[in-house]
Design a protein around this ligand. Structure first.
Ligand code: GDP
Length: 360
């Protein structure tokens, strides 16, 4: 996002909340990089059932990136350095200012979230145009020679992509074909990354129905058109919340009629935006969430625990987490015929509780 929209406030809230969550591992790798647990009530419930000694949640790494200004793609502000930081992430949380506060300067001196979004996105697109042009230059000769079919195909794709970017559309809205996919992935474009817009509202709007906050509605409209998600948050309040005791925090949220903090929503949404899901293992020693990408099959999922599990995979014994709780444990679930025996082609689902059988 632009400077002064609440990025650092939000980052501090996220990492502080992580640091406070007692039985979750947490670390700040660098001042601007934090690893936080993905909130997961399923783990707490399963751990209670099994009286687990340890809970290990899924984690996600957040990076606080300095504000971008108009002209960054030409090196303004932190410019290229900033852009190279964005290049390294898997998804973008784009913070936009939806709060009025005369004490906090806005770089454009008025609050207009959609204009701000477009300013940033245009910089990303401009940087991408440069990257695409560079790539096109590099393969130009091979593509024109006629003997390198692959280069010719890529070159044709780059020209189409350029036209798309030049009409100020982000790479992630380009109608990509299967054949073009490897070319696109190879480019590591900024505007190809999935985005969540984080609408940072004022304290006064906390607890207000989102439909009544006109700036939020504008962000939602924009995001809807661009296939992106929106999370509404008050960064300042979240920062205060992250410093409260758990019981106080719960009381505070209840007062506003909220079930969970904005941060929890944001962390969960980021996880899902990355295309990630969790399968679970539960037992006396440990209850744990294992991160896999959506669509992962059972043997590869097993490989997350140990390579032997994948190599010697025989089958997965799977129960849906809620069913397992209802049955009071695996024995009960077996008796009721609720445990499924799945083979190598089974595609894992979010919330599957699994026991892998293997033989090496
Ligand atoms: P960054 O430049 O985007 O990282 O912005 P900061 O997080 O440093 O915030 C800039 C200023 O805006 C700070 O003075 C914050 O206290 C203030 N700020 C951030 N979020 C909010 C909010 O939700 N409401 C209000 N009133 N001020 C906020």
């Amino acid at each position: 996002g632009l400077p002064n929209v609440g990025k650092s406030t939000l980052f501090n809230a996220i990492t502080h909340a992580g640091a406070e969550a007692a039985n979750y591992p947490f670390c700040t790798i660098e001042p601007n990089v934090g690893v936080v647990a993905v909130p997961d009530e399923r783990l707490d419930k399963l751990a209670a059932l099994y009286q687990s000694k340890k809970i290990t949640p899924a984690v996600i790494e957040f990076v606080d990136i300095a504000g971008l200004v108009k002209g960054a793609s030409r090196g303004e502000g932190l410019g290229n350095k900033f852009l190279s930081h964005i290049r390294e992430v898997d998804a973008i949380v784009h913070v936009v200012r939806c709060f009025e506060d005369e004490n906090v300067t806005h770089v454009e001196s008025s609050v207009d979230p959609v204009r701000d979004i477009e300013t940033i996105n245009l910089e990303l697109i401009l940087a991408d145009i440069e990257a695409v042009n560079k790539r096109a230059d590099r393969i130009k000769n091979a593509a024109r020679g006629g003997s390198d079919k692959n280069a010719a195909q890529e070159f044709a794709f780059l020209q189409k992509l350029l036209a798309h970017l030049e009409s100020e559309c982000p790479a992630n809205s380009y109608p990509l074909t299967d054949e073009e996919m490897p070319f696109m992935e190879n480019l590591f474009l900024l505007s190809y990354k999935p985005v969540i817009y984080c609408a940072n509202i004022s304290e006064a709007d906390m607890g207000e129905n989102e439909e009544n906050i006109s700036l939020v509605q504008k962000v939602k409209e924009y995001a809807g058109k661009h296939n992106a998600g929106v999370i509404v948050i008050c960064a300042k309040t979240e920062e205060e919340l992250s410093q409260m005791e758990e019981t106080d925090r719960e009381m505070f949220l209840e007062e506003f009629g909220l079930k969970e903090s904005g941060l929890d929503k944001l962390i969960k949404a980021s996880y899902s935006l990355l295309g990630l899901i969790s399968y679970l293992t539960a037992g006396e020693k440990e209850t744990r969430a294992w991160t896999i990408t959506r669509g992962t099959k059972a043997p590869q999922a097993a490989g997350k625990i140990h390579t032997d599990f994948e190599k010697g995979f025989i089958r997965a014994e799977v129960v849906e987490w809620e069913t397992l709780l209802e049955c009071g444990g695996l024995t009960g679930a077996r008796e009721k015929g609720k445990v499924r025996y799945e083979g190598k082609e089974y595609v894992m689902k979010d919330g599957d509780v699994v026991l892998f059988r293997f033989n090496v």
